[in-house]
Design a protein around this ligand. Structure first.
Ligand code: NAP
Length: 255
């Protein structure tokens, strides 16, 4: 019997998990993307794109598509879709598993200032003009218009449109992974004295954190949002190993 799995993605782990599960003949895997990135990398499995219309819309999709297991493998800062996923699971009885990569922890030599929201990161930069590297999504950087005295180096996957209403900003388009040596060269080249980052976890974007440590640069770290408590694993391998357990309720229901 084939089990249908819907993976909520938008991360490299979701793509890897989808590829791994799609290799199993007993599973039929669909990957869901929000549809924000203009040219997403090839995912290698069937993809659906765009919002569902809240938790109710996702619940309706789960019922209509006959999904047996929902996997939330979205980015740790994508709190709305994770909340919707937990709610849709409750509404439908479709079991849910989450892939939650652990956050980074400060180590000796790190100069982190931790804040709860992007808006707080703007204040944390202070009033004196600085040269700040914003390694944030294009939706979040608009908050920094409130502090036009700083120079900003903004790196994003898609262009920041409209550009920030600040006098001094440089834009870089790039998609990770980013190596520490390259990040260090970037920080030095642009004479950066402050990095603003999310605590994304994982290796692909850790290079800037390690580079900032090596150069003695402050990192303003936006803390993670609170996510719903659902059964979860920290790695693709661990989650893949949980799949049979995640599908148990299906077997118990006799579906
Ligand atoms: P969000 O605020 O949690 O979600 C906003 C809305 O976007 C959701 O309510 C949902 O719309 C739709 N959505 C989000 N993820 C979706 C998915 N995988 N499939 C279908 N619809 C989805 O999310 P976000 O922070 O804007 O992130 C959007 C996507 O980018 C996510 O897939 C996430 O994994 C990825 N991403 C986010 C970040 C980040 O820092 N936030 C970083 C890297 C990648 P409806 O309510 O209409 O269903």
């Amino acid at each position: 019997m084939t089990h249908r799995i819907l993976i909520l993605g938008g991360t490299s782990e979701a793509r890897h998990l989808a590829g791994k599960l799609a290799a199993r003949s007993d599973l039929s895997v669909t990957l869901s993307l929000a549809g924000r990135t203009e040219s997403p990398v090839a995912q290698g499995v069937p993809v659906r794109s765009g919002g569902f219309g809240g938790a109710d819309g996702l619940a309706a999709y789960l019922r209509e598509a006959g999904i047996d297991l929902l996997i939330d493998a979205t980015h740790p800062y994508a709190a709305q879709i994770s909340a919707n996923a937990a709610q849709a699971s409750r509404l439908t009885g479709v079991p849910i598993l989450a892939l939650r990569r652990p956050g980074w922890k400060p180590v000796d030599g790190d100069r982190w200032t931790q804040v709860d929201r992007t808006g707080d990161a703007v204040h944390a930069l202070g009033s004196t003009p600085r040269r700040a590297f914003l390694a944030l999504g294009r939706q979040e950087v608009a908050a920094f218009e409130a502090a036009p005295q700083h120079h900003y180096l903004v790196r994003s996957v898609d262009p920041v449109e409209p550009k920030l209403a600040v006098p001094d900003a440089t834009y870089l388009l790039a998609r990770g992974p980013f190596r520490e040596a390259d990040e260090r060269a970037l920080l030095e080249e642009h004479r950066i004295d402050g990095v603003v980052s999310k605590n994304s976890g994982g290796e692909a974007t850790y290079g800037k954190i390690a580079a900032a440590r090596a150069l003695g640069i402050e990192v303003v770290m936006v803390r993670r949002p609170i996510l719903p408590e659902v059964p979860s694993a920290e790695t693709v391998e661990a989650l893949a190993a949980m799949i049979d357990h995640g599908l148990d309720p299906v077997a118990e229901r006799g579906v």
